[in-house]
Design a protein around this ligand. Structure first.
Ligand code: GLU
Length: 426
């Protein structure tokens, strides 16, 4: 009996941590609120296309290792699909599917002419050499080449992938295509058709959301106590932008632990010492755990790491007044419910982290027209998009009396539902 109860409990718990299931729940809820019929949900609950590939890679020691990769294309009614590629040992089919749905929502929220896509490879790049990573990146592109392309599906960086990996992938695709194809992928180095401001774009977008959310809550950014969980691309740039804005960054973390100092951390030093995977806490003795960091007293908390960090188990212990999600899926549905019941303003991932794909879109536009913008032009355009999107969702939440996650889904889902209807699919 005891064993049965336990296994039942663990299935129940796993269900709550199943990111695909949670996103489907909110999509259904958003479509119901908007009055769409059941078939719209049936169309949008899973990607329209999903490819699993095996990628043989010759390792430096001469052996061959077979990696598994995925590419999900959620919905291409609005336009080509768009979204990053993640290299991580925990990548799974369900996670990639959920991530592709989130990309569709982001593109809907910031009004880009794209649907959502996402890719992933099960691997640990921290334990691979530069050459092994190059062979894996090129092998992945060869494996998915038939379903991607500048007018079909446009990849980009995500967790543990960067502009060098985008460069190898662009080069491989250009060879297959027998044409220089910069618009095949975004997040490239500047010299290969990358855009100014792309690398810091996710953090810039999060910064704008923090600023707008702080205004709503009457919090002054100068001197505000900020905790950032994660020190990868988004987390590290964000810590810098918060520091530059005069906020007091009192906590940061990486996969191995967290640093906390109520008087403020030396952000410049930490940025200087982090490695390319965002690891920095290993250099310190007085670390706390990621879990402990989330529960520290602060004004603004930014989960910028991985999924399922704020759950029913710790949502009552969060002391921040504003939570802004820079990572994809850091708060479970129960976590969301508890935070909003407690009056904590939660700015959801699909809005807060949409700055990355917005500047990816700018990069793709520049590639298509062959005319490049200055950093100021990119920043000005991003600012306008993010402020408008934030206010649209904040006002929708107020008007419909729903939390900002549901409001964001309602805004995000509408364009693809309408486009699918005009195409005569539903
Ligand atoms: N991987 C990023 C995200 O999750 C960016 C995607 C893109 O630029 O296409 O939003």
């Amino acid at each position: 009996m005891v064993a049965d109860k336990n296994s039942e409990k663990s299935i129940h718990n796993n269900d709550k941590l199943d990111v695909l299931k949670s996103t489907q729940t909110v999509i259904r809820h958003a479509l119901e609120k908007l009055g769409y019929p059941e078939e719209v949900y049936e169309l949008l609950r899973e990607p329209i296309r999903f490819l699993t590939v095996k990628i043989p890679v010759r390792m430096d020691d001469g052996s061959v290792k077979i990696f598994t990769g995925y590419r999900a294309q959620h919905n291409d009614a609005v336009g080509p699909t768009k979204g990053g590629i993640r290299f991580h040992p925990e990548v799974s089919e369900r996670e990639v599917k959920a991530l592709s749905i989130w990309m569709s929502l982001k593109c809907g929220i910031v009004d880009l002419p794209y649907g959502g896509g996402k890719g992933g490879i099960i691997c640990d790049p921290r334990n691979m050499s530069f050459r092994e990573l190059e062979r894996l990146s090129r092998g992945y592109v060869r494996a998915i080449s038939q379903i991607v392309g500048p007018t079909k599906d446009i990849p980009a960086p995500d967790v543990f992938t960067n502009s060098q990996i985008m460069a190898w992938m662009m080069d491989e695709y250009s060879r297959i295509d027998e044409f220089n194809s910069p618009g095949f992928i975004t997040g490239k180095p500047l010299v290969l058709g990358g855009s100014h401001g792309r690398e810091s774009a996710t953090a810039k977008g999060v910064t704008i959301c923090i600023r707008e959310a702080a205004k709503k809550k009457g919090i002054k950014l100068e001197g505000a106590r900020v905790i950032v969980q994660g020190f990868g691309n988004a987390g590290s740039y964000l810590a810098k932008f918060m520091h530059d804005a005069g906020a007091n960054v009192i906590g940061i973390s990486d996969a191995y632990g967290a640093l906390h100092n109520p008087n403020g951390l030396d952000v410049d030093y930490l940025l200087d010492r982090r490695d390319s995977f965002g690891t920095v806490t290993k250099l310190f003795k007085n670390t706390i755990t990621n879990k402990e960091l989330l529960e520290q007293d602060c004004d603004i908390l930014v989960p910028a790491a991985i999924e399922n960090q704020i759950t029913e188990d710790n949502a009552y212990d969060i002391k921040a007044r504003i939570v802004v999600e820079a990572a994809n899926g850091p708060t479970t549905l129960e976590g969301t419910r508890i935070l909003s019941e407690r009056g904590i303003l939660l700015v959801p991932d699909v809005l807060a982290s949409a700055g990355g794909v917005t500047v990816s879109y700018f990069e793709w536009v520049q590639n298509n027209q062959g005319y490049y913008w200055t950093e100021e032009e990119v920043e000005e355009k991003l600012e306008k998009v993010m402020v408008k999107s934030f206010n649209n969702i904040y006002d929708t939440a107020e008007m419909r009396r729903v939390d900002m996650r549901l409001a964001a889904y309602m805004v995000g889902v509408r364009k693809m539902a309408e486009a699918s209807r005009f195409r005569g699919w539903i």
